[in-house]
Design a protein. Structure first.
Length: 262
């Protein structure tokens, strides 16, 4: 499997500064890769005792059988990963409170390209770094995949998000998280995070909920935040070019609509 070299954080040391209530049910943060998994994980970690956080690994389909203990309802834990929809995944997650994070596919193409071109990711993309291909070619590879090296946008979103819809999962949009993080003092942000954290069994936000979220969402604590990616990165546009937007619609018709992006 490809390897990700991300810096560690000190959230486990900061967690005990806040009063923590144990969770009564296992919770799994699932996501399409590059949709804010680390961000949401770190926020949630500030509301769950460290002893109930499953730090052994990012849970994915290839290592699912080695980490089934993360979903044991007799010993509830908060875990995270990229777990595609399958018979084994559905069975393993039956007793689990499960949320799935998605991102606008237009922005996802850029985020995925930026990550693959950094030294934080080391796998089958080394030959594409340092300007070996044009920006537009790299973006198209993120949309259509690379033969025997990387799946297509449609495959990733289908198996990691769309196939989970309608099964009782809580769908979370990365953009909504970012929007409310920028306005934590508003009643809208309070309502949003109250609903989001209810999956942990939090019936009402603690008085210090804003401080916890600010610490958990600190981009310095995320090894995969854009500014923390290592290596000489190619400069990508801030917005996906119009041609590539059209290619997303061609490659995955209906995807943005079913996820709520219009």
């Amino acid at each position: 499997m490809p390897r990700v070299f991300a810096k560690s954080d000190n959230l486990n040391e900061l967690n005990p500064k806040f009063e923590q209530q144990p969770i009564a049910h296992p919770v799994f943060i699932n996501s399409v890769p590059k949709c804010g998994t680390h961000l949401l994980r770190n926020i949630f970690r500030m509301f769950v005792p460290v002893t109930q956080q499953y730090h052994h690994d990012f849970i994915q389909f290839p290592n699912l059988r080695q980490h089934l203990q993360a979903f044991d309802p007799k010993q509830p834990q908060l875990s995270w990963g990229h777990l595609l929809f399958s018979d084994e995944s559905a069975k393993a997650l039956k007793p689990v409170r499960h949320l799935v994070i998605v991102r606008d596919p237009y922005d996802w193409v850029l985020a995925r390209a930026r990550f693959f071109l950094s030294d934080t990711f080391q796998g089958s993309m080394e030959h594409l770094k340092d300007g070996a291909v044009s920006i537009e070619e790299m973006l198209n590879m993120m949309i259509f995949g690379i033969y025997q090296k990387a799946p297509t946008l449609q495959e990733i979103f289908t198996h990691n998000a769309v196939a989970w819809l309608g099964t009782g999962v809580k769908l979370v949009k990365y953009e909504h998280v970012i929007r409310h993080l920028k306005a934590l003092d508003t009643t809208e942000a309070e309502a949003f995070f109250s609903d989001l954290l209810s999956i942990l069994g939090v019936s009402s936000l603690p008085d210090d909920w804003q401080d916890r979220i600010r610490i958990g969402s600190d981009r310095k604590q995320s090894g995969t935040a854009r500014e923390n990616l290592s290596g000489n990165q190619v400069t990508l546009p801030d917005e996906l070019p119009d041609t590539q937007k059209q290619l997303v619609e061609y490659a995955a018709p209906g995807l943005r609509r079913i996820l709520g992006y219009y």
